[in-house]
Design a binder for this molecule. Structure first.
Ligand code: K1U
Ligand code: ZN
Length: 172
């Protein structure tokens, strides 16, 4: 498994709309393995393929807390079939916008369908952090980053912060 670099804003690749996977193959599984390793190394609780520059509808997630058994989930071609009106506010973060956190409101429950690691169809309702995280990751597949829901002022500040941090890191 390989840890791959995570793209950060304002990289235009993050705005790309990802494409469906035609068939879950060993190549797809290698991508998911690398994504999981990259997500754990960051560390994060979710990752979309476009965040490592691969424009495919693939997501990995592990919502287990420290000390809990891993709860790894793989999503290929996820689709939301239904949602509810109730909104759940959550202070989100994003590995593509490091050290920026802000509140986004999303439907509290969503009915999701996707293919798993073995290409098997799964359809289930998700709620709480699972619902928040899958909606955040599915936004990445549409080229949307959570700061796109904030005011222009907050978004611009967030991008400037990330760019400045990147320059400081590069200067050592
Ligand atoms: O960049 C990403 O898409 C991953 C992102 C997922 C996410 C977090 C919070 C709300 C919605 C979606 C992250 O993983 S940010 C890092 C993070 O939340 C975290 C990191 C270490 C421990 C616990 C949480
Ligand atoms: Zn994100």
């Amino acid at each position: 498994m390989t840890i791959r670099p995570i793209l950060t804003v304002p990289n235009p690749i993050l705005k790309q709309v990802s494409k469906p996977v035609e068939k879950v193959t060993d190549e797809t599984r290698k991508l998911m393995d690398d994504m999981l390793e990259t997500m754990y190394a960051a560390p994060g609780i979710g990752l979309a393929a476009i965040q490592i520059g691969v424009p495919l509808n693939v997501i990995v997630m592990d919502l287990a807390r420290d000390g809990e058994q891993p709860q790894v989930k793989y999503f290929v071609n996820p689709e939301i079939l239904e949602d509810v009106e109730e909104l759940n506010p959550y202070e989100e973060g994003c590995l593509s916008v490091p050290d920026v956190f802000d509140t986004v409101e999303r439907p509290e429950r969503v009915k999701l369908t996707y293919l798993d690691y073995n290409g098997e169809r799964v359809t289930e309702w998700c709620e709480g952090l699972y619902a928040t995280c899958i909606q955040h990751e599915m936004d990445h597949l549409k080229g949307i980053v959570f700061i796109d829901y904030l005011s222009r002022l907050k978004r611009d500040r967030a991008v400037k912060k990330v760019v400045k941090a990147g320059k400081l890191k590069a200067a050592g």
